[in-house]
Design a protein around this ligand. Structure first.
Ligand code: NI
Ligand code: MN
Length: 238
């Protein structure tokens, strides 16, 4: 825990982030650990999970959602209406389905679901089930500290509205390319978002995700954007 009452973020690799709140409660964003090649073995299990935020149900964000939610029974499992309906059909309790533009209280924080430009389908065996739209989340802590987890997304200019409406200090942004933004787009996202810190995610997990934090730093410098790149190795906390 930080002395200033802000959450401690632990990067579990790929797009999975564990947020330890000052009071000891835990929010897990995009539960993908068992088959996550980046996740350190010791961090694949949890003492507690009090809330879960799911950006979209692709396996690399969702594979452990049912298992971890049934085991830890979080107070709230947050996802789109469609994803929550699927989770409930698999026996997950306390689902709180929402939709983009809306907000709700989660463990005392204000969570707003925001758009992402990507796709969203639920792979169930060999079937693809409709999974609503992909999303990101803006989380405002009780002390006002605000962060944004973009999920999987391309660059979109309405990130400027996220800045105007929510003033996030920090964002978790994908930089890996192929399925999401590359570093060049992510640097422009940092400019649109007017953030002070960016944590690159969705890179290096597999060889196809070629974007690197160093490239993001170079792109930011060439744009003259003063945003600090906080590069976390899987297992590292911030
Ligand atoms: Ni995806
Ligand atoms: Mn992904």
């Amino acid at each position: 825990m930080n002395q200033d009452g802000r959450p401690t973020f632990t990067y579990l690799g790929h797009a999975t982030v564990r947020c330890d709140l000052p009071d000891g409660r835990v929010i897990l964003i995009d539960p993908f650990v068992s088959d996550n090649p980046s996740c350190p073995e010791a961090l694949k299990t949890f003492e507690r999970i009090d809330a879960m935020l799911i950006t979209h149900p692709h396996p690399d964000h969702f594979a452990d959602a049912v298992g971890l939610a049934r085991k830890h029974r979080p107070e709230k499992v947050v996802a789109t209406f469609e994803v929550c309906a699927y989770l409930e059909s698999k026996g997950v309790e306390n689902c709180s389905g929402m939709n983009v533009g809306g907000s709700q209280e989660v463990l005392g924080a204000r969570v707003t679901q925001v758009p992402a430009i990507h796709t969203s389908g639920i792979l169930d065996g060999d079937r693809m089930i409709y999974g609503g739209v992909p999303t990101g989340y803006v989380v405002r802590m009780p002390d006002g500290y605000t962060f944004y987890h973009a999920g999987d997304t391309a660059l979109f200019s309405d990130m400027q509205l996220i800045a105007e409406l929510h003033r996030p200090a920090l964002a978790f942004l994908p930089i890996g390319d192929h399925f999401t933004m590359d570093p060049k787009q992510a640097a422009r996202a940092c400019r649109f978002l007017e953030i002070q810190q960016v944590v690159p995610i969705h890179w290096g997990t597999w060889p196809i995700l070629t974007g690197r934090p160093q490239q993001l730093e170079e792109e930011l410098a060439s744009l003259g954007v003063s945003c600090r790149v906080v590069t976390l190795e899987p297992g590292q906390s911030y």
